[in-house]
Structure formats: structure tokens, C-alpha cells
Design a protein around this ligand. Structure first.
Ligand code: NAD
Length: 491
């Protein structure tokens, strides 16, 4: 059994029970972690609060050096970490190599951004005054992480939180705690004890204990809308700073010019990648595909051909494109949505079945679904699985109206070479990220996050660092003379 990481030590804490970690490709139990308790959260928060008093005073350049070292240590172990991610989360090894790269480079990025950061001077409000703004860390940041990108999404919080001078208590997903524990073991030994702590456990137990803790002023959370709402309801009366990155139902629109400009082959490839990466278990998966009526049938058939040829299997095999889903109940949810849509007239062109060649593991053949509409759950609620539902549209006005017909606002993609359509799309579609012709790419330098029910948090870029600072405006009258506008009035 692995152990939690509290105050610089690996420990089982007060946990009396274990949580089993399962390989989704084989259903084998690969390890166990402690089922962390409120008392473990208490120890971790108390260690982090103690460590904060000195960590916040470490000069930014020195913290930067330590974060660069974190990045270098992760890089040294990238193959091992990618392997571990594949075994506990299931996506193909090649995708996990990418995840580890983005993870360590996030530490490099925030090491640099953090060392340049402090605040700003303002034009004085009075000739005797000096006005300036300083940025200060909050204290102990509680970071609650989902399972689909366990290290990447951790780094998007951990790197800026540390660069800003906060200390951290991490609650990884109960499904994928092993990569986080190994990351901490590999990369954080040179940091003072208590600066980074990990408590494993279930959301309603360890997770809520962290959200409720009076010494945790900030909660940075990525996960489902339902959990985000629960966290917000606990945090609101306590006036905690919340940073919420929640679910999505991203649209992908193929513009009318695509058939003649970008071409069907490229469009098919782009849509398959955008919808099926990580078996469709990406918050920004394209889950609604809108195609002009003029080439709807042709595109759907070509996409079904392409998707039917993708190879399923264990993510450790280099011969596969798509891994398993994380657990059976997530697979069943996808099957339910597909069956409901079929009940209302949708048609499966390919996939949607459990592959007979892979009886072990939570595999589901990637599916292409046509004749869908917005009354169906599959076009309204997050699916988080390998399904591409395609709907025709008559003109670009309708495409934009359909893209916006959702309660989520994470990302939106457009394929086109028509600059006028690009401008309309990014101005009129309500989503935190807009991708034109290159869906699901990341860039450290720019913010990532959502609108509407996806929550308003931003990660990456300057915005991602600012989430971890409180600001103070200092008004300093250097003369200290009596002011005529003080009491008594009229003199
Ligand atoms: P989840 O909400 O079930 O769990 C996320 C984390 O919250 C886990 O660590 C879990 O243990 C914890 N948790 C659960 N209940 C809790 C509670 N009551 N109090 C405190 N913590 C609690 O989500 P998941 O299934 O791990 O992840 C998938 C979801 O995450 C999807 O909805 C996906 O869209 C979303 N997601 C969003 C982004 C983004 O950047 N917007 C990125 C990745 C995933």
C-alpha cells in the first residue's frame, strides 16, 4: 500500500481503510492508498499552515529555482510517470508522455512568471501620497483534482500556487492517486516540509474536510458541475476564494467551405481527434458536431469509416489509438445516453458496443451517431465518453445558435478557412477557449477556463497565477500632515 505525504513524510496517517486502485484496461488491482480522514486533512493543513510562514518569505527568485528543479526531476522520470498514468488512468502511453511533458513545463513556466511578479505602482491620489498594489499569497491552497489528467491538472494549480508563495494540500482523485504520490516522491524532496502535502481519500470525506477547513482560504477545484456546486455550497458561507473548473459540452462546427477548402479527410481526422482523445474523457472533448446539410451524409459516412478503423486496446501497446474508459459506471452512462438517443430516432453508424475481443477492461467502441437533436440528453449533458453525435445545420446563423444552445461554456471549435466566419464565431460563441482548425491545443501563456455552468476559474497564463494572489492597495501619505477634509467640517 502506498502512503500519503504529510509534512515531508510518507505516512498512513489515521486511515483505517484502504482504497483500491484499478487498471481500467485489465480490471486488475494495481495498488492501494489510505482512505484519508478528517484527522489526516487536519495534520496536512496544519503542516501547510506552519510551512507557509517561512515559504511566503522565500525570495521569488529562490522559489523559481526550486520550481525549475521540480520540472527537471519530473523530466528525468517522464517514462516511468507516463507508464504509471497509463496503468491507472488508461489512455495511450503516447498521450501520457504528452501529459508529463506539459506537467513539467508548467513548473518551468510558472517559475519564470512568478519571479517577475509583485504588484504595481499607481498614480498617487494626493501629492503627498504613494499608492501601490502588492500581491500576496492566500496561505494554504486546497487543490482537488479529477482523474482524467491527474498530473497535468494538478500542475496547473500546484505550480502557480507555489510560485505565488502559497503552500498546498492536494486531494487527488480516488481513482488515480498513484501518479500524484509518485510525482511528489520524485520531485518535491528539496522543498521545505509542509509546503506540499497529499491526502488521499474520497471526495465527500477528505475532499469536504479540506473545503471546510478554516485554515484553507482558497479551494482550487477541477471536476464535475455537481461536485463544484457542492463545494460552492460549503464554501459560500465561509467566504472562501473558489477557483472552479467544471464540465463542458463543447461544440465543433464545420463551416460550409470545409468540403472545398480544408477537405473532408482533414476534417474527419480533426473531428475524430477532438471527440475521442482520451476515449472522449476530456473536459473539452467535442461532444456536439455540427455539419452543413450539403455534405452531412458524406461527412458522417467518412467519419464512421475512419472511426471504425481506430484500434482499441491497452494503452501500453504502441499499436492502439484508444484506451478503455475509466470505470464501468462511466461506460454505462455513455451506453444509457446512446440508447436513449436511439429511442428518439438517432442512428448509430458505427461503434457503441463493448468489443468482444476485449472482455476484460472498460472498453467501448467509439461511436458515430446521426439524426440527433437538442432534445436528447446526448446533446445536452456531458457524455464524457467515445461518442461523436453529428447534427446538420442550414446556415451559419443556425450553427452559432446551436453552438450556444448549452448551459456549459468551456471550449468551442470551428473548422474553416473563411476569416469572416472565424471572426463571427469567436465574437458570438460563449466559451472560454475558441479553437480554429486545431482543436484541443494548449498554450501555457494563455488562460484556460470556462463560462456559464463551467465556472469562471482560469488556469495557465498570467490569469492562472493571479488566481493564487490576494491584492492589497497601499495608500501611504509620507508627510502625515493634518488634512482639511477631516473633522470638524467647515473649517
Ligand atoms: P468529480 O467531480 O467526481 O471529482 C473531482 C474531484 O473532486 C475528485 O478528487 C473527487 O474525489 C473530489 N470530490 C468529489 N466529491 C467531493 C466533495 N463533496 N467535496 C470535495 N471534493 C469532492 O469529477 P471527476 O469524475 O474526477 O472528473 C470528471 C469531471 O471533471 C468532468 O465533469 C470534466 O468535465 C471535469 N473536468 C473539467 C476540466 C476543466 O478544466 N474545466 C478539466 C478536466 C475535467
Amino acid at each position: 500500500m502506498k502512503q500519503m505525504f504529510i509534512n515531508g513524510n510518507f505516512t498512513s496517517g489515521r486511515a483505517k481503510e484502504a482504497i483500491q486502485v484499478i487498471n481500467p484496461a485489465t480490471e486488475d488491482i494495481i495498488d492501494e492508498v489510505p482512505r484519508g480522514t478528517t484527522a489526516d486533512v487536519e495534520s496536512a493543513v496544519s503542516a501547510a499552515a506552519n510551512a507557509f510562514e517561512s515559504w511566503k518569505r522565500v525570495p521569488a527568485w529562490e522559489r523559481a529555482g526550486m520550481l525549475h528543479e521540480v520540472a527537471a526531476k519530473i523530466k528525468k522520470h517522464e517514462d516511468e510517470l507516463a507508464h504509471l498514468l497509463t496503468v491507472e488512468e488508461g489512455k495511450p502511453y503516447v498521450e501520457n508522455k504528452e501529459e508529463v511533458f506539459w506537467t513539467y513545463d508548467t513548473f518551468h513556466y510558472y517559475a519564470e512568471l512568478g519571479r517577475h511578479e509583485r504588484g504595481r505602482f499607481l498614480p498617487p491620489g494626493d501629492p503627498d501620497q504613494i499608492n501601490f498594489v502588492i500581491k500576496e499569497p492566500y496561505g494554504v491552497a486546497g487543490c482537488i483534482i479529477p482523474w482524467n489528467y491527474p498530473l497535468l491538472l494538478l500542475s496547473w494549480k500546484l505550480a502557480p500556487a507555489l510560485a505565488a508563495g502559497n503552500t498546498v494540500v492536494i486531494k487527488p482523485s480516488e481513482y488515480t492517486p498513484l501518479s500524484t504520490l509518485r510525482l511528489v516522491e520524485i520531485a518535491f524532496g528539496h522543498l521545505p516540509p509542509g509546503v506540499v502535502n497529499v491526502v488521499t481519500g474520497y471526495g465527500p470525506e477528505a475532499g469536504e474536510a479540506l473545503v471546510e477547513h478554516p485554515q484553507v482560504p482558497l479551494i482550487a477545484f477541477t471536476g464535475s458541475v455537481k461536485t463544484g456546486q457542492r463545494i460552492a455550497s460549503i464554501a459560500a458561507p465561509l467566504m472562501k476564494k473558489l477557483h472552479l473548473e467544471l464540465g463542458g459540452k463543447d461544440p465543433m462546427v464545420l463551416a460550409p467551405d470545409v468540403a472545398d477548402t480544408i477537405g473532408m479527410e482533414t476534417a474527419v481526422s480533426a473531428v475524430a481527434y477532438a471527440g475521442l482523445l482520451n476515449t472522449g474523457q476530456v473536459c473539452t472533448s467535442s461532444e456536439r458536431i455540427y455539419v452543413p446539410q450539403t455534405f452531412y451524409s458524406r461527412f458522417s459516412e467518412e467519419l464512421a469509416d475512419f472511426v471504425g478503423n481506430l484500434r482499441l486496446g491497452n494503452g501500453l501497446s504502441p499499436q492502439i489509438d484508444i484506451g478503455p474508459m475509466l470505470r464501468n459506471h462511466f461506460r454505462e452512462n455513455v451506453e444509457r445516453q446512446v440508447a436513449e438517443a436511439q429511442g428518439y430516432g438517432a442512428q448509430l453508424l458505427v461503434g457503441g458496443k463493448r468489443p468482444s475481443a476485449l472482455p476484460q477492461g472498460f472498453f467501448l467502441e467509439p461511436a458515430v451517431l446521426v439524426n440527433v437533436n437538442h432534445d436528447m440528453t446526448i446533446m445536452r449533458e456531458e457524455t464524457f465518453g467515445p461518442v461523436l453525435p453529428i447534427m446538420p445545420y442550414k446556415n451559419f446563423d443556425e450553427a452559432i445558435q446551436l453552438a450556444n444552445d448549452t448551459r456549459f461554456g468551456l471550449g468551442a471549435s470551428l473548422m474553416t478557412r473563411d476569416a469572416r466566419l472565424v471572426k463571427r464565431f469567436y465574437e458570438e460563441v460563449k466559451a472560454g477557449t475558441i479553437w480554429i482548425n486545431d482543436p484541443l491545443t494548449d498554450n501555457f501563456a494563455g488562460p484556460f477556463g470556462g463560462m456559464k455552468m463551467t465556472g469562471g476559474g482560469r488556469e495557465l497564463g498570467q490569469e492562472g497565477l493571479d488566481e493564487f494572489y490576494e491584492v492589497k492597495h497601499i495608500h501611504w501619505d509620507v508627510e502625515g500632515k493634518l488634512k482639511e477634509y477631516w473633522y470638524p467640517y467647515g473649517q
